[in-house]
Design a protein around this ligand. Structure first.
Ligand code: 13P
Ligand code: SF4
Length: 379
C-alpha cells in the first residue's frame, strides 16, 4: 500500500453497555486526482464498460460529482441510502456498481444475491459501522430481549442480521413512531444523534448504542447560531446525524434526498447546510440561483474530522471505478446465512416505505395497519 495515499482517521468508539466513548483509529485511501485529459478518457472508458458488463452505477450524493454525473447520464441513480437500496433491487442489470461506502454495497448484495455487486474500493467504511462490532452488539441485544431491535442502515450485514428492523434517515422516524404506537420498546443502534432526534420527536422508549458519524458530529451549535445571525434570511437544512444543538436550529431535518427537495421547494434563496459537502453538487443543480453555505465545523479543513466530507465516500474515484469495471475485481460477498437473516429487517423497511407511499396517512394509522407487521417475530 502506498503510504502517501493513506489518511489516518479518528472516530468515536463506544464502549458499551455504559456508552463511554474511546477513540478509534482507522484509515482512508485518498485517490489521485486525474488530469483533465485523463478524466475525459476515464469517463469514456466507464461508459463503454458499463455497457459491456451490463452494469448500472448506483451512487450516493456524497461521492465525487464526476461519478454522480456519470450515474445520471448512464441510466443509473444518485440517491440517499433508501433509494439506492430500492433502485438496485428493482433494476434488471446483471451487475450493480455501488459508489458509496461498504454497507451500501452489502445492502445491495443482500437484496439482489443473484447480481454481481462491485465497488470502486472495498475498504470504504463508515464510522458508525466501525463503532458497532457485531459481537458486542449481539451481547447488547442478548441483555435486552424484551426490546424491538432497530438498526440504522450504516451497519454491517452481521449487525443487521440481529435486527427486527433496518431504517435509513428518510424513514426511521416513521417506523419508530409506528412501533412506539404499538407499545414496543426499542433497542436502537448505532447513531446516538439520529436516535436522539427520533426519540425526541416520537417520545419512544429507546435504549441507545452510542456511535456517531465522524462528519456530522463535527457540526457545532454555537458557531451555527453565530452564522445564522450573519444570514438571518437563510433557512437551515440539517441531516439528523448531527448533534442536538445543531438539529435544534434546523428549518428542515431530513435525509440527503429530503434536504435536496427542501432546497428546491422552500421559498428562500439562501441556505445553511449541515451535511457532507458532496451534497452541494446535486443541491445546486436542483435549485439553481440559490446560495448554499456550509454549516460550521470544529476546524477549517485541517483534518478529516473538520472538512465536512466523508473520507470513505472520497475513496470513490474515476480511476478505481474504471478499473473494477474492466477487471471485475472488488466484488462484494456476504455470507449467505447472514444475508438471509439480514434481508428480513431490510425487506420490512422497504415494505413499510412502499405502504407509506400508497397510504398518505399519519404514522399512527400505519402503526395500526397489521399488514405492515405481519412478518414481525424474533430476530
Ligand atoms: P442518507 O440515507 O440520508 O443518504 O444518509 C446516508 C449517510 O451515510 C449519511 O451520512
Ligand atoms: Fe458514515 Fe458519516 Fe461517512 Fe455517512 S458521512 S458514510 S455516516 S462516516
Amino acid at each position: 500500500m502506498d503510504q502517501r495515499s493513506i489518511k489516518t482517521v479518528e472516530f468515536d468508539k463506544p464502549v458499551m453497555p455504559g456508552g463511554a466513548c474511546s477513540v478509534g483509529q482507522a484509515w482512508a485511501r485518498v485517490p489521485q486526482s486525474p488530469s483533465t485529459a485523463e478524466r475525459a478518457e476515464l469517463r469514456a472508458c466507464i461508459r463503454e464498460w458499463l455497457i459491456r458488463q451490463q452494469a448500472v452505477l448506483v451512487a450516493h450524493y456524497y461521492v465525487d460529482p464526476e461519478l454522480q454525473s456519470l450515474a445520471e447520464e448512464t441510466g443509473g441513480c444518485v440517491a440517499d441510502s433508501l433509494e439506492m437500496a430500492r433502485f438496485g433491487r428493482d433494476h434488471d442489470a446483471r451487475t450493480l456498481v455501488v459508489a458509496g461506502v461498504r454497507f451500501m454495497g452489502e445492502t445491495a448484495k443482500i437484496l439482489s444475491p443473484e447480481k454481481r455487486v462491485l465497488m470502486p474500493d472495498l475498504d470504504a467504511t463508515c464510522s458508525l459501522d466501525l463503532g458497532c462490532p457485531a459481537d458486542q452488539f449481539a451481547a447488547f441485544c442478548d441483555a435486552h430481549p424484551d426490546r424491538t431491535v432497530v438498526v440504522y442502515a450504516n451497519t454491517s450485514a452481521a449487525v443487521k442480521a440481529r435486527a427486527h428492523w433496518m431504517v435509513t434517515s428518510s424513514i426511521g422516524l416513521d417506523i419508530v413512531a409506528a412501533l412506539h404506537a404499538r407499545g414496543e420498546k426499542i433497542l436502537w443502534a448505532p447513531d446516538r444523534h439520529l436516535g436522539g432526534y427520533i426519540q425526541r420527536k416520537t417520545g419512544a422508549d429507546m435504549l441507545m448504542w452510542q456511535g456517531s458519524c465522524l462528519v456530522h458530529d463535527e457540526f457545532k451549535g454555537v458557531e451555527l447560531d453565530l452564522l445564522r445571525a450573519e444570514h438571518p434570511d437563510a433557512k437551515v437544512l440539517v441531516h439528523p446525524e448531527s448533534p442536538e444543538s445543531v438539529v435544534a436550529q434546523a428549518d428542515v431535518v431530513g435525509s440527503t434526498t429530503q434536504l435536496i427537495d427542501a432546497a428546491k421547494a422552500l421559498d428562500a434563496t439562501r441556505f445553511i447546510v449541515a451535511t457532507d459537502l458532496g451534497i452541494l453538487y446535486k443541491m445546486q443543480a436542483a435549485a439553481p440561483g440559490k446560495t448554499f453555505i456550509a454549516a460550521p465545523t470544529a476546524g477549517n479543513s485541517a483534518t478529516c474530522k473538520s472538512c465536512a466530507h466523508c473520507p470513505w465516500m472520497a475513496m470513490n474515484g474515476l480511476a478505481n471505478l474504471a478499473a473494477v469495471l474492466q477487471s471485475g475485481a472488488n466484488e462484494i460477498f456476504v455470507d449467505p446465512a447472514i444475508a438471509e437473516r439480514a434481508r428480513m429487517p431490510i425487506d420490512r423497511m422497504l415494505d413499510f416505505a412502499a405502504q407509506k407511499k400508497r397510504n398518505v396517512r399519519a404514522s399512527g394509522d400505519l402503526a395500526r395497519d397489521d399488514a405492515l407487521f405481519r412478518h414481525m417475530g424474533a430476530a
